[in-house]
Design a protein around this ligand. Sequence first.
Ligand code: SAM
Ligand code: DTB
Ligand code: SF4
Length: 349
Amino acid sequence: MGKGSFIKQNYQEKSMTEIRSNWTKEEIADIYHMPLLELVYHAAGVHRKHHDPREVQVSSLLSIKTGGCVEDCGYCSQAARYHTNVKVHKLLSSEEVAIAADNAKAGGASRMCLGAAWREVRDNKDFDKVLDMVKGINAKGMEVCCTLGMVTEQQAQKLADAGLYAYNHNIDTSEEFYGEVITTRSYDDRLETLKNVRKAGLTVCSGGIIGMGESAEDRIGMLLTLANLPVHPESVPINALVPVEGTPLEKMEFVKALDMVRMVATTRVVMPGSVVRLSAGRLQMSEEAQALCFLAGAGSIFAGDKLLTTPNPAFNEDMDLFKTLGLKPKAAFKDKKNTSLESVSNLTN
Ligand code: SAM
Ligand code: DTB
Ligand code: SF4
């Protein structure tokens, strides 16, 4: 099918707003390459059909174990093999994490995302401590998300039993470009973790990064993988690379804000039911560019003055922006539904 023909044939038809997992690369490419304002207009329509456009989910990130990671992810400040300025620390205590969650809640966050610089979860005392942290934050009425590296189905189940709401594990980029950025674990390893998370009935948060030197085709390829999962991730974070000194990607130029808008809009169109998170890189984006991302379907942000190790706009700045744009933070647990594979399998064919 020629470029643009998919759009012409299906524009404004039901097929452009339905949730499906049988996308072709050409279809997604046609959407990605639409004239930007047409794309934003269309994405805004899809967004309104599936979501309340005034609500934005606010997540707060906390690095509970920082640095010293054995992996070689080329973007990451926390890989032990790169000489970055990151301050390494072992696992925080449950008390420290509880204080951070209280502050995040007071700032307007309904979700707390705990990140650890681990390759994978191990069945040890540290994992037990994380399970305690999850229970503690859940009891505060906040959604809890963890991003701890690879997990088995049993570990995902333990997290689910502790009250975890979501598990974040990004595929980062296309299968073809992946090996340029990471060599210590495979694309299939990542997909396996996503499967394990899904089987445990947790909601899945999975997206990637743009600005690592990938082509438009790679961005499209990443969306193809996510949009053709049997069940779409409930959250899809779109990160702009934050180039970190000492990493192999330190010299990458910051991605153009309008490329973020295009990526957010395309993600919105191909996974209409998912919440698209405008993730790392907002500090480098103007308020106007962020506004375009919200119009194009971003329904979530990370708020608070730190991401995991790099800076981010402060809570009050984001709340001011929300006020200007007429947006409001979304309450916790509004999207709660049973998302185990069996319960949703009838939606996927
Ligand atoms: N260690 C765990 C893992 O790799 O799954 C969890 C933490 S890891 C930092 C989570 C995600 O953050 C990565 O998969 C990547 O998509 C994103 N990320 C990390 N460093 C980044 C950077 N410098 N710029 C943008 N995104 C980044
Ligand atoms: C995601 O997609 N982005 C977040 C979260 N999931 C874990 C991480 C962004 C990290 C940005 C670089 C840093 O602060 O170290
Ligand atoms: Fe380790 Fe995660 Fe960083 Fe990769 S992204 S180096 S796995 S902390």
